[in-house]
Write a protein that binds this ligand. Structure first.
Ligand code: IPM
Ligand code: MG
Length: 353
């Protein structure tokens, strides 16, 4: 097959990890006879420096026309002033919204050899294999009004949590379809004892669940879900939740895997290109040192091959090569090792071929 892939390296360690991930894509292309065309564009802080905005129309259009988009990370101390008019994260949010990628898939698996890298007791980590499906284009991140102001001499800040029925339905439906191919369990996470939007979420999820009699649905309050994620993580299969809860719970879940640097993500819409990014941030403290863990980005391109290009064999080959790389003891510093970014990728590629 032939595909056009837009790469948005972004800031911090973003360029380092996307370079490694594209090397793995090239290795796959050579081995399986595919052609991937890459083009790079600016997103985040680097785009603010060059264009005064975190995402230009030209970059957004290039992404819309691509077959898939690979993103590194955005942000850093240079652009962190709370009073700044433009912020790197705005580019990411506009990109997600612009591409209509309403479902963010964040799989969390724990390699047996990495159990000791997690602060949790090892026995709790046995059998952990969960998939968080996070709603990505609604909720508090996008609701209006969203503003600061002064009313009657009192300064206020306001964000709005609103969900429309179709926004809930489409993401929950996807979660059920994914659960059908896994362990057939969906945990829908909400705060229905307090939030109106959560009561709507629960009502619609229950309704959607009726179409999937083979999948067991449970509703879990978000505070309980946060607790269960560390007390009994192996009991979860697919977890589906709104944007903000999903943001928080996936950082928590990443601790299970030993390092945030391990985890990939795929953001998908109804049609159009998917957006693939490791869930780690720009890690400015280690940027440019060649020591970032490339595996989150490499596993993200495996998800790209699976979900955007339906290349299941190639995706599984990358995942297996990453597993073997870990099993052979290759570790970056986040996992307690001392190997550099490039060495890890070289090993993944050599196992592949
Ligand atoms: C994530 C990140 C982003 C989010 C930030 C960088 C805007 O934390 O992808 O989880 O909150 O969605
Ligand atoms: Mg986050």
């Amino acid at each position: 097959m032939e595909a056009n892939i837009v790469i948005l390296p972004g800031d911090g360690i973003g360029p380092e990890v996307t370079t490694e991930a594209s090397r793995v894509l090239n290795a796959i292309a050579a081995q399986y006879g595919h052609t991937f065309h890459f083009s790079q564009h600016l997103l985040g802080g680097c785009s603010i420096d060059q264009h005064g905005t975190a995402l230009t129309e030209a970059t957004l259009n290039a992404c819309k026309q691509a077959d898939a988009v690979l993103l590194g990370a955005v942000g850093g101390p240079k652009w962190d002033n709370p009073n700044a008019k433009v912020r790197p994260e705005q580019g990411l949010l506009r990109l997600r919204k612009g591409l209509g990628v309403f479902a963010n898939l964040r799989p969390v698996k724990v390699h047996p050899d990495l159990r000791s890298a997690s602060p949790l007791k090892e026995e709790k980590l046995k059998g952990v294999d969960l998939l968080v499906v996070r709603e990505l284009t609604g909720g508090l991140y996008f609701g209006t009004p969203k503003e600061r102001g002064i009313r009657d001499g009192v300064e206020y800040g306001i964000d709005t949590l609103e969900y429309k029925d179709f926004e809930i339905k489409r993401v929950v439906d996807l979660a059920f379809r994914l659960a059908q191919k896994r362990n057939k369990k969906v945990a829908s996470v909400d705060k229905a004892n307090v939030l109106e939007s959560s009561r709507l979420w629960r009502q619609i999820t229950t309704k959607v669940g009726e179409n999937y009699p083979d999948v067991t649905l449970e509703h879990v309050l978000v505070d309980t879900a946060a607790m269960r994620l560390i007390s009994s993580p192996a009991n979860f299969d697919v977890m589906v939740t709104e944007n903000m809860f999903g943001d928080i719970l996936t950082d928590e879940a990443s601790v299970l895997s030993g390092s945030m640097g391990m985890l990939p993500s795929a953001s998908l819409g109804e049609s159009g290109p998917g957006l693939y990014e490791p869930i780690h941030g720009s890690a400015p403290d280690i940027a440019g040192k060649g020591i970032a863990n490339p595996l989150g980005a490499i596993l993200s391109v495996a998800l790209m091959l699976r979900y955007s290009f339906q290349l299941e064999n190639e995706a599984a080959a990358i995942e297996k090569a990453v597993d073997q790389t870990i099993s052979s003891g290759y570790r970056t510093t986040d996992l307690g090792g001392d190997l550099g970014t490039r060495v890890i990728t070289d090993q993944v590629i050599s196992v592949l071929s």
